[in-house]
Design a protein around this ligand. Structure first.
Ligand code: SF4
Length: 337
């Protein structure tokens, strides 16, 4: 997949939120690439910054949050330089976002056909209503919804159908990138698994690129080509999904995967529980943000932040275990329980 062309380059992206307790460093100097045609899974604990990162890629961070730096290079152009009109065009024709609860994105008093026709005509006013309706009906059928549901209101559809309508709103304008933020979380497990399968079909049929943000490790294992792991606002590991699952490099990824319920766990054995708690991002830990919880922490880890580096072709990790530094020879740190 990393042989494919890069669709989006994220460089040094930082987002912070102003709170009563101080500035929260939600995404801190994050850099990575999204390749054309891939499904990239993005995982991490609640509050690690993964949803903030997804919204930042669309420049949809609302006050009191703001993007404080970085470049978002999409097909060679830095969308951080776009004005609001250019961004409105970008959001729809180039990239679209699907959220956990489509009811908050869909207008409850607009029918499915009205949503889709409006989306087409806002971006392509030259297309007639009849032609827009024809395109919308064809697409909705390809996504497994009978065209007679075009006249339904959002509340008359099941959760899975509403998510498919959101996907249709992305595809109807031929968006290159769809960002799905916990898009399957509110669905029951059977519908969730079915929709995940459909995401793969959609990628194949429409050649679309997807960033799937989720806390559901099993879902990304099934769905993604590559996996990205975030911890406390940092991207800590990225790589081919099978390689990361087979041989996680970062101690946080190791803990995360070991704590996933597993039917192969021997009877009587307990699931791994990561020590400590995620940090308060108004005052993030110095050095490696994972150091207070890391069983492998060394003295250098609390003082100096490692870079995210490529340690094997296509595999990136942000950890001193894989980098040299003159101060690395000092002893291991105590981990908080
Ligand atoms: Fe652990 Fe140090 Fe690696 Fe951070 S840099 S994950 S503290 S070993």
């Amino acid at each position: 997949m990393t042989d494919n062309k890069v669709l989006m380059q994220v460089r040094d992206l930082s987002v912070e939120y102003k709170t009563r307790l101080g500035m929260v460093s939600a995404v801190d100097h994050v850099s990575f690439d999204i390749y054309e045609g891939e499904i990239l899974g993005l995982v991490g604990e609640s509050g690690c910054g993964k949803s903030t990162l997804g919204k930042a890629l669309m420049r949809m961070i609302q006050p009191p949050g703001r993007i404080i730096g970085g470049e978002l290079i999409f097909n060679g152009k830095d969308i951080m330089t776009y004005d609001e009109k250019q961004m409105q065009d970008f959001r729809g024709r180039k990239a679209s976002m699907i959220f956990q609860d489509p009811m908050t994105s869909l207008n409850p008093v607009q029918r499915v056909d009205e949503h889709l026709i409006e989306a087409i005509q806002v971006h392509f006013p030259e297309i007639s209503k009849e032609e827009a309706l024809q395109r919308a009906s064809e697409l909705i059928e390809r996504l497994g919804i009978q065209s007679n549901r075009m006249s339904s209101y959002p509340h008359q559809l099941s959760g899975g159908m509403r998510q498919r309508v959101m996907v249709a709103l992305g595809l109807i304008l031929n968006a290159n990138l769809i960002i799905a933020d916990e898009a399957t979380t509110s669905l029951d497990v059977i519908v969730e698994a079915k929709l995940a399968d459909e995401f793969r079909d959609i990628r194949r049929e429409f050649g679309v690129t997807m960033l799937v943000i989720t806390h559901n490790i099993a879902l990304v294992a099934e769905l993604s080509d590559r996996l990205a792991v975030m911890y406390a606002g940092h991207m800590v590991e990225m790589g081919d999904v099978y390689k990361v699952f087979d041989d996680p490099l970062h101690p946080y990824t190791q803990g995360l995967l070991n704590s996933v319920p597993n039917i192969q766990l021997d009877e009587g054995k307990e699931l791994y529980k990561m020590p400590g708690e995620p940090p308060n991002l108004t005052h993030p830990p110095s050095g490696c943000r994972f150091h207070p919880r890391c069983p492998m922490a060394m003295a250098i880890c609390s003082r100096i932040e490692p870079d995210l580096i490529e340690v094997q072709p296509g595999r990136h990790v942000k950890c001193w275990l894989y980098q040299d530094h003159p101060e690395k020879s000092e002893p291991t740190l105590e981990v908080s329980k």
